[in-house]
Design a protein around this ligand. Structure first.
Ligand SMILES: C[C@](O)(C(=O)O)[C@H](CC(=O)O)C(=O)O
Ligand SMILES: [Mg+2]
Length: 303
């Protein structure tokens, strides 16, 4: 926390500049603040904060049970430890249009650089599950307008997500996306596309930057960075990847303790103490302390 250099407005300005560059930006999901620091050190463009992960973190399914307050607090904890722009999932905006406005205002205050808001009914469900429902286009248009009007920093990026592909088919979903752009959305997130042709069709129809969701075990094939670049997408999120990896590793370690009675067999798949300390910048904190406590008792001058 003490070592981030940029304030939220600077991070948002950076984000807008990166978006303008036309390069494909990779935003892995951070399941906690420490993970966000790792994403930054590895050299990614930004940090994604997933609703599915924040819910799973509370041991809840992704069906709209976690609240705005919980999302805002977690978003803040994660955004403040990184100089990268952080984009957060705000599900449906936690209510109807006025609540969407409050949600955007809150996320701006929490130091986020952008968020995506979707056209599902509340309570929502994971975009890659069946049986979703969407609100009328007009309701979502109002949500988007309210979201865009609510921000005070024009660089805060409002991304409109449409879940309509699975409910109404691609053509109707594309019509909705166009309406959301007309309502002022900075970007579009076409959820649960079935194949590359569908990503391509959205790119052809929509003029603003696009976000691709490369979540594992979902409806879309996991496309490579190069493929997404060729499709003309602007941001790719890997929302749940780090949580899945960490939980898998934790499971392996717990199994080993039960099986072997100790952790010796899993040391090589663990983050070493040294690497954890490096990520936390232990040494820098040490230096900071020494600059305050820089005398020895024996040095006290006699007076
Ligand atoms: C992107 C997403 O909204 C999320 O919350 O991370 C989820 C991801 C997932 O459940 O795999 C989604 O609805 O696609
Ligand atoms: Mg989500």
């Amino acid at each position: 926390m003490l070592f981030t250099k940029k304030n939220p407005a600077e991070k948002r300005a950076d984000f807008r500049a990166k978006l303008k560059s036309g390069a494909l930006l990779q935003f892995p999901g951070a399941f906690n603040p420490l993970c966000a620091q790792m994403i930054e050190r590895k050299g990614f463009d930004g940090v994604y904060i997933s609703g599915a992960v924040m819910s799973a973190d509370l041991c809840l399914p992704d069906i709209g049970l976690a609240t705005l307050t919980e999302f805002a607090e977690r978003g803040h904890q994660i955004a403040r430890v990184t100089d990268l722009p952080a984009v957060i999932d705000v599900d449906t905006g936690f209510g109807e249009p006025m609540m969407a406005a409050r949600t955007i205002r809150t996320m701006e205050e929490m130091g986020l650089s952008g968020c995506h808001i979707e056209d599902q009914v509340m309570p929502k469900r994971c975009g890659h599950l069946d049986g979703k429902e969407v609100v009328e286009t007009g309701v979502m248009v109002q949500r988007v307008k309210a979201a865009v009007d609510a921000r005070r920093d024009a660089n805060f990026v409002v991304i409109a997500r449409s879940d309509a592909r699975a409910v109404e088919g691609l053509d109707k979903a594309v019509d909705r996306m166009k309406a959301y752009v007309d309502a002022g959305a900075d970007m579009i997130f076409p959820e649960a596309m079935q194949n590359e042709k569908e990503f391509e069709a959205v790119r052809k129809a929509i003029s603003v930057p696009l976000l691709a969701n490369m979540t594992e075990f979902g409806k879309s094939r996991l496309l490579n960075k190069k493929e997404l670049e060729n499709l003309g997408f602007n941001i790719v999120i890997y929302p749940v990847t780090t949580l899945r990896l960490a939980m898998y590793g934790a499971g392996k370690g717990l199994d080993a303790i039960l099986r072997d009675g100790d952790q010796n067999g899993v040391l090589d798949i663990m983050q070493h103490r040294r690497d954890l300390y490096d990520l936390l910048r232990y040494e820098d904190y040490n230096q900071f302390d020494q600059s305050i406590f820089n005398f020895e008792v024996g040095d006290t001058p006699k007076g």
